[in-house]
Design a protein. Structure first.
Length: 373
């Protein structure tokens, strides 16, 4: 039995389409990448600087914490200069949600159950309608309603889904359907099970993530496993990789997860071998320097940095450009064809970087002459 190309790409779960400002999500739209600032929102300058860095890294919308009136007061200033749509993260005080919408923010992340009486929910939904804003119902396994914890015996997937359905009903009863739902837990199995259950009950887009995933390595691994499972099953229309780290790294990790499943591409893919006893060059430094040189490049292509001739042009023949190291020398190749041999360890990296710059210049010249339709 032959594997078809369609078997190698996740089949997206059909959902209705919603919008956050000019960014559409769900339906046939690509999985969107988001992150959250970790600056003090009251410091508008620092927050805007971080939003700009996130946008440059490929973040398509950014969430901001709005915990008090002081932070709400600077939202118009932040919104006016933001390069991507913004989402206000609101808890407990529905008036802050109203202030965020008045400031022009295109999205809210709320838990309808913790902003007070139904009248407060009405005010927020009416304001979201009037401003054309999107709402994310954010259910977190660590903050479920007490009655649901009692009913289900803890923060089970079923309890999380029951919470989400109850909150969704509050919005739907008010004729509001421009919303998505997240069901986050620090447990990968619990999170996956909850999303599977919810996907059987509603057609709204899903925002996926593993909350409190951890520091850079642990959090990226945990998120990669959880989000990878969900995305492969077609679940997830927007995502955040939650890391105890610079949020720009969240965005980079998100793109790598999407790239690994063939869902989206942005920037070059760098492949490098894990090294072994045959390796006779400092491959780690080489690979890291190539990665640094390509930081910020958005063109899509593949670069191979290989440690020996065994893993060189042969195994990396599909790479657009690459190098393979050897004893006191190295090979530079394109699409499996050797361009030249470089002698001397000290010359290999500079020569390869020059070849890489020439490759990029050719790519950009071709793109200028033949722009995409």
């Amino acid at each position: 039995m032959t594997t078809s190309p369609s078997d190698l790409t996740p089949r997206r779960r059909p959902t209705r389409t919603i919008s956050l400002g000019k960014v559409a999500m769900g339906g046939a739209h690509p999985v969107r990448v988001q992150s959250m600032t970790n600056t003090d929102t009251r410091d508008a300058e620092a927050t805007l600087a971080q939003v700009a860095r996130l946008a440059e890294a490929g973040c398509e919308f950014v969430r901001l914490a709005v915990p008090d009136e002081t932070s709400a007061a600077v939202l118009p200033q932040i919104q006016a200069a933001a390069p991507v749509p913004l989402i206000a993260d609101i808890h407990f005080d529905h008036r802050l949600a109203l202030r965020a919408l008045e400031a022009g923010l295109q999205g809210l992340r709320i838990n309808p159950g913790n902003i007070g009486a139904k009248a407060n929910v009405d005010r927020v939904v009416d304001a979201a309608k009037a401003h054309g804003a999107c709402i994310r119902i954010g259910v977190n396994g660590g903050s479920l309603e007490k009655e649901l914890l009692r009913q289900y015996g803890g923060a089970t997937p079923e309890a999380m889904v029951a919470s989400a359905l109850g909150h969704a009903a509050l919005l739907e009863q008010r004729g509001f359907d421009n919303f998505k739902i997240s069901l986050k837990s620090s447990s990968v199995p619990r999170t996956v099970a909850a999303y599977r259950l919810l996907a059987e009950k509603l057609d709204c887009p899903l925002h996926i993530g593993i909350t409190e995933a951890g520091t850079l390595l642990r959090g990226a691994v945990k998120s990669g496993v959880g989000l990878g499972i969900l995305l492969w099953e077609g679940l997830g229309d927007t995502l955040r990789v939650s890391l105890t780290a610079d949020p720009v790294l969240e965005v980079r990790a998100a793109w790598e997860i999407l790239r690994s499943l063939g869902l989206r591409q942005r920037g070059p893919e760098i492949i490098s071998c894990p090294t072994c006893g045959r390796t006779e060059i400092d491959l780690q430094d080489l690979a890291e320097e190539v990665e640094r040189r390509l930081d910020g490049v958005t063109e899509v292509f593949t670069v191979a940095v290989m440690g020996c001739v065994v893993n060189g042009p042969g195994e990396a023949r599909e790479a657009d450009i690459g190098l393979a190291g050897g004893r006191d020398c190295g090979l530079i190749f394109r699409r499996g064809e050797i361009l030249r041999k470089v002698r001397g360890r000290d010359d290999l990296l500079p020569e390869f970087l020059r070849e890489l710059d020439a490759f990029l210049a050719e790519r950009r010249a071709t793109r200028t002459l033949n722009p995409e339709p």
